[in-house]
Design a protein around this ligand. Structure first.
Ligand code: BEZ
Ligand code: FE
Length: 284
């Protein structure tokens, strides 16, 4: 084994980290050392720059708690969350694509009857979201659980308000014909949290820190793979610059406006879920 020089250090470190019994951990750690060294060799940080980076990462950890996850946000804005999602959700054509879950999902939402309201007096433009859960064979799926969560008309999730009950979220069940109707208010585009290290970094760039208006869906049904996705509101000003890279063409739905009531209604243009024939979708 040669002694350490700038030229030999990467190989020595990779060799040391290849001495791990667990094959997957070994693969991950050797690749991490290899690519981190390549990054440092390309960037050639000064010591001050390296300490600035270490301090920033330390503050990312310190900013995180049960309600705030600055580390996930870092992965989101760098496009890594969407890449991991894409790798883990390769779907047959025709299946509704997945997208990031994001940090605002709260498990164990209450069940809500078809057509009932999730808003609890929330601010915003009232409207309906309708769709149908189908398999790839086009057959409707009855009894699928459709867990939805979204911002209110001020762009805030339950976790961002001082609220001690379920707000702007709930679990609907698809009907015998696979259909569902959600009574809600229109979501609006919103900024990711900018009061932490990510906001500090974003504000040194010209990158948009907004997400386009969307509603989150997590769809499950017995015997089918599950699907975590969004519906995005067509025409939103941030649709092409989503800060977390979550928008896929098939997930954009155009609101329809009723002249009589002025209520917008969003209809899904494609089945809300589909993977292999007769299955809902793939996310295990
Ligand atoms: C969201 O859609 O809720 C979200 C996703 C990623 C980062 C921040 C928010
Ligand atoms: Fe969201």
């Amino acid at each position: 084994m040669p002694y350490v020089t700038e030229a030999t250090l990467t190989d020595i470190a990779m060799d040391r980290w290849s001495n791990i019994p667990d094959a997957r951990l070994r693969q991950v750690m050797v690749a991490a050392v290899k690519h981190l060294h390549a990054f440092v060799r390309e960037v050639e940080p000064t010591k001050e720059e390296w300490f600035t980076a270490v301090d920033w990462l330390t503050r990312v950890g310190q900013k995180s708690d049960e309600k705030r996850q600055e580390m996930i946000l870092t992965s989101d804005v760098l496009g890594v969350s969407m890449l991991v999602d894409a790798i883990n959700n390769r779907r047959p054509s025709g299946a509704t694509p997945s997208t990031v879950e994001g940090p605002f999902h709260i498990p164990n939402a209450p069940e809500i009857a078809n057509g009932q309201n999730v808003t609890d007096g929330a601010p915003g433009v009232p409207g309906l979201v309708t769709g149908t859960i189908k398999g790839l064979d086009g057959k409707p799926i009855a009894g699928a659980a459709i867990d939805i969560w979204q911002t209110d008309g001020d762009g805030l999730y339950e976790a961002q308000r001082e609220i001690d009950h379920a707000y702007m979220r709930g679990v609907y069940r698809s009907q015998a014909d696979g259909s569902y109707i959600v009574r809600t208010v229109a979501p609006i585009g919103y900024t990711i949290p900018m009061d932490g290290p990510i906001g500090e970094l974003m504000s040194k760039t010209t990158i948009s820190h907004f997400r386009p208006a969307h509603i989150h869906f997590a769809v499950t049904a017995p015997g089918y793979h599950s699907l975590v996705t969004h519906l995005f509101v067509a025409g939103d000003e941030y649709i092409e610059t989503d800060v977390v890279y979550g928008v896929k063409k098939e997930l954009i739905a155009a609101p329809e406006y009723s002249l009589a009531t002025k209520l917008p209604s969003m209809r899904t243009s494609s089945p809300a879920a589909a993977a292999s024939p007769g299955r809902i979708d793939t996310r295990s």
